[in-house]
Ligand binder design. Sequence first.
Ligand code: ADP
Ligand code: G3P
Length: 500
Amino acid sequence: MEKYILTLDQGTTSSRAILFNHQGEIVSLAQKEFTQIYPEPGWVEHDPMEIWSTQASVITEAVLQKGIDRQALAAIGITNQRETTVIWDRNTGQPIYNAIVWQDRRTSAICDQLKKEGKAAVIQEKTGLIIDAYFSGTKIQWILDHVAGARQRAENGELAFGTVDSWLIWNLTSGQLHITDVTNASRTMLYNIHTLNWDEELLELLQIPAALLPEVRSSSEVYGRTSGNLLGTQVPIAGIAGDQQSALFGHMCNQPGMVKNTYGTGCFMLMNIGNKPRISKNNLITTIAWKIGDQVQYALEGSIFIAGAVVQWLRDELKMIDTASEIETLATTVADSGGVYMVPAFAGLGAPHWNQDARGSIFGITRGTSKNHFCRAALESIAYQTMDVLTAMQNDAGLTINQLRVDGGATANNLLLQFQADILNTEVLRPHITEITAIGAAYLAGLAVGFWENIQAIEKQWQVNRNFTPTGNDMTQKIKGWQRAVKAVEAWTNLDQASN
Ligand SMILES: Nc1ncnc2c1ncn2[C@@H]1O[C@H](COP(=O)(O)OP(=O)(O)O)[C@@H](O)[C@H]1O
Ligand SMILES: O=P(O)(O)OC[C@H](O)CO
């Protein structure tokens, strides 16, 4: 019987289940969107029960409804939106609060306070991270401080914390396993990426009881088996990685210096930096790329909070386009953005600016500006933000990056990728495999159960679909315009703070 690896790809806007065969081809795919909850400006929540129910339903759809024999499942790999924080009752399995999503800014003030107390250096040294509301630590603190009785129950060991991988595995195993992997742990601001342990000093600083925390495992091993409730059989769970690390692995960026950028809701650029954690001098973060056996690989990362989301904004809020793909049609009708610059800092600016209070702005509008220019400026903003991160990465690594591997929903857009190649003066390579994030977790799981013998056996599956080469046009003035726009956004934020 032909065997498959099942990946659960639990993203920010949808849950997916994808079955891969030995050649890395998609045999079956099911996807379900779920509710985004915005209780207050700057807050973003998900219902953990809906995360689980959509994930469970796509699993059954991709396997049972497609007529796949459940005995054909060699293993399950899990990849997930990172940092998003769930706390649940160990006895009932019920969450005590909604999941606080990575985009949520409610803990900015806690982060400012930590910075004022001079904690930035110690946190960066231990965790590789820059203090920001993005990471899980302050989200956990917030839940413990705002849900009645939560802190006491956490201290009594009655509650469990997990990122979404932990939450899914808890449910898949009917509460038998409370685990996470090193990649997800490295996004909490509580995990020491040098010693590979939860860090006692940081737990104390953020007042988080150790009893809440999951056991941290590697990214590729048999952790346990599903309970059988869902699929009627016990399938090994054998791979876990946060979605961006999973994409780095899916792109087979397994040598130091290799870089990928994923263009989804946000944009996430990761560079493999080998087996030593190097702390960034250019406002990037250091994160664990994966752990296979006892080998840990690290990555530098630049996280951009708003990328494809700016396209959704033009579609859903401004109603300038009906579908995401229409943006390319409209943007192509004009030669350039007509001097318009859009800085989509809807959730603050991420790397390398790290300005929690920045907000979106548009510059350079004239009477002749049309929605086509808006569309073009929105796409260009994704490429410019990527340029800022890549520049920081090159400075950190002391090398010129001449190849960028890309994936994610927005890479369907040829105009965006050509502009990206031009603005970076770097080759941009889009692979054949469209589900790079999911295949990374499939590889991690498949390696653990011997479905694939070793990395060499899967490396060849990554093939170029299209290579966007720089046209060589002089982009200096355009880049200057963008830099001016970012400066103006920061100045506007500072003026606001000065008047308070
Ligand atoms: N043709 C397109 N041009 C630009 N952006 C697009 C296009 N198609 C989809 N997108 C954007 O890609 C994002 C979805 O990509 P995906 O990789 O599924 O994201 P996520 O995993 O973050 O949910 C959306 O924000 C959408 O606006
Ligand atoms: O779910 P995505 O693809 O938007 O990814 C979210 C990131 O993991 C957040 O750090």
